[in-house]
Design a protein around this ligand. Structure first.
Ligand code: MMA
Ligand code: CA
Length: 477
């Protein structure tokens, strides 16, 4: 080593200088004078000083060697780190920036270490210079121990600084080692990502080539289209003008078409309705034609029948007139006969004891019968018991019965105190005697009394036997 050689050579020269007094003492062993003792004392002191200086130099030399060893170790570490950094740089092309930054850091650290090394070299030179100075001062033997001590302190301070710098370098080395481990750990991830990106890159390159090919084709087509565009633009302007005119005409035609369409729809609707009506009318016409033919046939038959009936009607009219004339003649004859007949009936009844009054004839019996038997008698002769419904008939009855009494056609035997005539009509005006009818012992049939001062009606039991007055209308037959 350069340092050892240096120290070796320096040690040699020092021994040479230190051996000089010994050599001088050895050449004068018998000088036991005061000056000799003083010289021996000085020599001893100088020897002790030389021993001290030698010891200090040896210690410094050992420590310096130790520092040099550490410097070598750090140098090798820097070298190894540089190698590893370069390996990482080769592995991580994609993370070149980071690695480069790390490399710069490592380089900076290396530069710092180099600087430290240079400083150490300079300090070594300084130490060498100082050593030379000390050697010169040692030669002067009056060199100041304080100066040496001060320099020793400075060396000690430098040593401490070097220790501190060594610790800092060690710490930085540890940090760099951790960063290296992290970078190694990131390497696999980055490698995987790099492979994926590489695959994507290849795909993108293929797509880019395809797109480039398509782009070239499109560019050619674009140029052709560009050339066509001007022609088409001109034609488009012309067509636009024509289109505008056609649009106006189309709008007018559309309006007319809409109106015509509405009219057409209305006409279609009307046509459908009319077609239905026509069909319906045709069917009706057929039916009506049939009916008309039938009616025509019927009409002809009816005309024939009408003519026949007209003939018959005329004949019957003649017959009717004849019959009406005959009827009138017969009716007149009948009236004459009835008048004659009634007159003869009245005559016959008068001959039989009947009396004529108004439009009826009346018969007062000489016998006496119950009310019912009396009525049967009248009915057997086409008459009934007398109905007295006027003051004239009441007076006629009183006059007819004379000073006697007779049944009249009045009874309440169906409902007590409800008096009815034999023709079913109700009693409206009665000519009862005072206090009558009193129904003295179930008296349901009426009699007329013609006794003076006792001319009127009385009720008596129907089972009593009494005369009776029959009444028979002449106008009934
Ligand atoms: C009295 C009087 C009549 C009654 C007859 C019966 C003479 O008249 O009471 O009302 O009908 O008697 O005989
Ligand atoms: Ca009575």
């Amino acid at each position: 080593m350069e340092l050892n050689d240096f120290m070796g050579s320096k040690s040699g020269s020092t021994y040479d200088r230190l051996e000089t007094p010994k050599t001088r003492n050895a050449k004068n062993p018998g000088g036991d004078t005061a000056g000799g003792r003083c010289s021996r004392l000085t020599a001893v002191c100088l020897g002790l000083l030389c021993v001290l200086l030698l010891t200090a130099i040896i210690v410094l030399w050992v420590k310096f060697n130790h520092l040099a060893t550490q410097s070598d170790y750090l140098q090798r570490s820097v070298h190894n780190l540089t190698v590893e950094k370069e390996g990482l740089e080769a592995s991580h092309k994609n993370s070149v920036g980071e690695i480069r930054a790390n490399k710069n850091k490592v380089t900076a650290e290396k530069d710092k270490l180099q600087t430290s090394y240079n400083n150490l070299i300079k300090e070594k030179d300084q130490l060498q210079t100082r050593y030379n100075i000390l050697a010169e001062e040692r030669d002067q033997l009056q060199a100041n121990k304080s100066t040496v001590t001060t320099e020793k302190d400075q060396l000690q301070t430098s040593y401490n600084n070097l220790i501190k710098e060594k610790d800092q370098l060690q710490t930085r080395y540890n940090i760099l080692a951790e960063e290296r481990d992290q970078l190694q750990a990131n390497m696999s991830t980055v490698t995987t990502e790099k492979d994926q990106l590489q695959t994507i890159y290849h795909n993108l390159v293929k797509e880019k080539d395809q797109l480039q090919t398509r782009y070239n084709i499109l560019a050619i087509e674009r140029d052709q289209l560009q050339a066509n565009k001007s022609t088409v633009t001109t034609e488009k302007d012309q067509l636009q003008t024509v289109y505008n005119n056609l649009s106006k005409e189309k709008d007018q035609l559309q309006t007319r078409y809409n109106i015509l369409a509405e009219e057409r729809n209305q006409l279609q609707t009307s046509n459908i309705n009319l077609t239905r009506e026509v069909d319906w009318l045709r069917n009706n016409n057929k039916n009506l034609t049939r009916e008309k033919d039938q009616l025509q046939t019927n009409n002809n038959n009816l005309i024939i029948e009408k003519e026949k009936l007209q003939t018959r009607y005329n004949n019957m009219t003649l017959e009717r007139d004849t019959l009406r004339s005959n009827f009138n003649n017969l009716n007149n004859l009948n009236k004459q006969l009835q008048t004659t007949c009634k007159s003869k009936v009245v005559d016959i009844h008068v001959q039989l004891g009947w009396r004529s009054f108004g439009s009826s004839i009346y018969y007062l019996s000489d016998e006496e019968k119950t009310w019912s038997d009396s009525r049967h008698y009248c009915q057997d002769r086409g008459a009934d018991l007398i109905i007295i419904n006027s003051k004239e008939k009441q007076d006629f009855a009183v006059k007819t019965v004379g000073g006697k009494r007779a049944w009249i056609g009045l009874t309440d035997r169906h409902t007590e105190n409800v008096w009815k005539w034999v023709d079913g009509s109700a009693l409206t005006t009665g000519y009862w005697l005072p206090g009558e009818p009193n129904n003295a012992g179930e008296e349901d049939c009426a009699e007329v009394m013609g006794v003076v001062m006792k001319e009127g009606w009385n009720d008596i039991p129907c089972t009593n036997k009494n005369r009776w007055i029959c009444e028979k209308s002449i106008t009934d037959n």
